[in-house]
Design a protein around this ligand. Structure first.
Ligand code: GCU
Length: 682
């Protein structure tokens, strides 16, 4: 049977290691799981599918513990046995969505208990338990406690109503609008299972460049149908709100957020939406950015716009995620500065149910960016981080890039907002400034491709995103370890090399595309191949200054006080560190500095030689990845092996194209030779 990757990390193939299998079969002998609500049913189904696959047994069900090796599952509400247990950790400590997995004696029998305060918490525990088996963990003495550190863990689909996906590279949108609500594709349930397995609890169905039609009744009944499928899995549905909707679909003359008629229109719209979807999550809004309508069209600000929508949703407990990705290409200011300039003055002006959603870096999902200066700079406003899981700027679904390291690098960055240790993770989990709501958004890489993400390794980015949204302090290495075991194999001879390959894959791309802090060298508008030569497009935020700013004297974007002074937006310790090229981490060097070609790098090489070295290292890394992958032949299924092998070949070819294009182009400025020993670029 062909292995098409459809099952993602929820593969549940029979465990082949005899010792592990025997031990699990002794520890898991019956299932005690009461109730038949949709969420309990989801837990039961997942367990039965998982255990019959992994262990090859149909677990008998009982209403109470009758033998050694019982799996006792439920909440104190739906299970009197659980209510009577002496748990070693109090359920109060784990919140609404957390879970406990404990080995306990129940009615004198050794049992494994999975419990939580809510049925969804139990479902999360079930997925965790199955993961323990999938990754061959010892389950003899379990004492696991886990709760999400963020309240809102959300996928953002940039899906259009015609089923194209903006910056999507894995086929078309999953949402079959024309067949909904009558036809429910079973894939929606698998989508929900995958998300629940990593703790994602919200999904924005539509593109940030929003179409107002989605909030008309004809579409709301389709949205309701999807919400009904996702609900048992703890996933709320959100929609993008087009700011000009009152004019476009409401027949009003204005969308001015302070206009009473406009407010009334949105209030009525919220009432209507909640009739279809009683637990509707809320709105995601892109306003006054890249030509999208917004409150500034009426002389109002972002807070005026966000608050109007927030007021409409508040009676129902909905939230507004207002994006800070704002820039105007007609404003002749460094684009990296515009969000901070517009948003910091509004700190404290947003309603309690508004989160401001900030991209990880100040420009736009580049292969590497320093963290966004807004993190830590709006203490009175809960800030979400927005990551891009889809690889708009990292080789689409053709190049292998494990993005967890990118996410982790941002989360670990220290803003110094409240002294050392004020990491982005602490800003967004709400702990730094004591916020009650918190969140992470990930622009999805999912589509109708059989394996969901196009590149088989794209699945790892969906997976790691969810894991980090649950706990932004987990390491990319730990995430890769479990993902590989669930997705490919538990054999060390697979896990170790694949992990190394993954952990270095993003850096390889940085090197062959835009090393040392260079950014946005992409071809005009497609964001795939190289185009550093596009210098003089008619855009105020770009003209004369395409981001590398190479000239005969040197290369890099001067964001110090003598340049755009974007550095002034960081807290003093960071600002000082980044302001001095000697203390600025070299991976951000040309992001902040324009430096002469003979500037000496830490390696002792001059800037030109160092730059060339990075470009060549990038290609070498891809060749290394190919070697590693080729060594796995026969250790994993032939289908996925061949798919990745072919993609890596394409990646190598394109890495060479990137390297040669950039090196040869920059050489026209540096007028220096390619150092000896490198293959000739052509
Ligand atoms: C990028 C991307 C756009 C998208 C925008 C956004 O610029 O290229 O397609 O709309 O980000 O995040 O709003």
């Amino acid at each position: 049977q062909a292995e098409d990757g459809y099952r993602l990390w929820l593969r549940y193939d029979k465990i082949t290691n005899a010792q592990v299998l025997t031990s699990y079969k002794t520890s898991i002998t019956e299932l005690v799981l009461l109730g038949n609500s949709p969420t309990v049913t989801a837990s039961r189904k997942e367990l039965q599918t998982g255990l019959s696959g992994l262990l090859g047994i149909q677990l008998p069900e009982a209403t109470t513990v009758t033998r050694e090796g019982a799996l006792l599952i439920g909440t104190p509400e739906n299970s009197p046995v659980i209510a009577s247990l002496n748990l070693t950790t109090s359920l109060q400590a784990i919140g609404k969505e957390g879970f406990l997995i404990q080995t306990l004696k129940v009615q004198g029998k050794n049992s494994t208990v999975i419990t939580a305060n809510s049925e969804v918490g139990v479902l999360y525990g079930v997925f965790h338990f199955l993961k323990l088996l999938q990754t061959h963990q010892n389950i003899q003495k379990l004492a696991i406690q886990s709760s999400p550190k963020l309240t809102h863990r959300i996928l953002n689909h940039w899906d259009n109503l015609d089923r194209t996906v903006e910056r999507g590279y894995a086929g078309f949108s999953l949402w079959e609008w024309h067949k909904l609500p009558g036809y429910i594709d079973p894939r929606y349930t698998d989508y929900a299972r995958a998300n629940a397995s990593i703790g994602i609890n919200g999904t924005v169905l539509t593109n940030v460049n929003a179409n107002a039609l989605v909030i008309t009744p004809a579409y709301l009944e389709k949205v309701k149908a999807l919400a009904d499928v996702f609900r048992p899995y703890g996933i709320k549905v959100y929609l993008t709100a087009r700011f000009s909707a009152p004019v476009e679909i409401g027949g009003l003359k204005t969308a001015d957020p302070l206009d009473p008629g406009v407010k009334a229109w949105w209030n009525a719209k919220a009432d209507e939406i909640y009739k279809y979807v009683p637990d509707f999550g809320g709105f995601l809004v892109k306003a006054n950015s890249e030509g999208q309508p917004g409150p500034q069209n009426y002389g109002r600000n972002h807070a005026d716009g966000a608050n109007m929508l927030a007021d409409a949703l508040a009676p129902y407990g909905g939230i507004v995620m207002w994006r800070a990705f704002v820039y105007d290409n007609k404003v002749p200011d460094d684009r990296a500065k515009q969000a901070y300039t517009e948003f910091v003055p509004l700190d404290g002006k947003f309603r309690d149910n508004v989160l401001v959603q900030v991209k990880n870096g100040p420009v736009d999902f580049q292969p590497r960016e320093p963290f966004h200066p807004l993190f830590g700079a709006m203490p009175k406003t809960p800030l979400m981080v927005e990551f891009q899981i889809t690889q708009e700027y990292l080789g689409f679904s053709t190049h292998l890039a494990y993005l967890s390291t990118l996410f982790e690098e941002c989360l670990d960055s220290d803003t110094y907002a409240k002294g050392p240790g004020s990491t982005v993770a602490k800003v967004i989990d709400g702990s730094l400034h004591a916020h009650k709501i918190s969140g992470m958004a990930g622009v999805a890489n999912i589509g109708t491709d059989r394996n969901w993400t196009g590149h088989p390794f794209g699945q790892a980015n969906w997976y790691s995103y969810g894991r980090l949204a649950w706990d932004p302090y987990v390491s990319s290495e730990a995430i890769a370890d479990e993902w590989i075991k669930m997705t490919f194999s538990n054999e060390a001879a697979v896990v170790n090399p694949v992990k190394q390959l993954m952990l270095h894959s993003r850096e390889a791309i940085v090197n062959y595309m835009m090393p040392l802090g260079l950014h946005h060298l992409f071809g005009w508008d497609h964001h795939y191949g190289p185009g550093p030569w596009i210098k003089n497009k008619p855009r105020a935020d770009w003209t004369s200054v395409y981001y590398h700013q190479a000239d005969s004297l040197g290369i890099g974007f001067n964001r110090t006080v003598s340049g755009s002074n974007a550095l002034s937006q960081y807290f003093p310790v960071v600002r000082e560190k980044f302001s001095n090229p000697k203390t600025c981490p070299e991976e951000y060097l040309l992001w902040f500095h324009h430096l002469p070609w003979d500037y000496t790098l830490k390696s002792g090489k001059n800037l030109w030689e160092g730059l060339v070295q990075h470009y060549y290292m990038g290609v070498d890394s891809v060749r290394g990845m190919q070697k590693t992958w080729n060594s796995l032949e026969g250790k994993i299924d032939a289908d996925r092996f061949a798919q990745v092998q072919q993609l890596l070949k394409v990646q190598e070819k394109e890495a060479i194209l990137w390297r040669n294009s950039c090196v040869l182009y920059f050489q026209t400025f540096s007028r220096r030779p390619i150092p000896a020993g490198y293959e000739k670029p052509d």
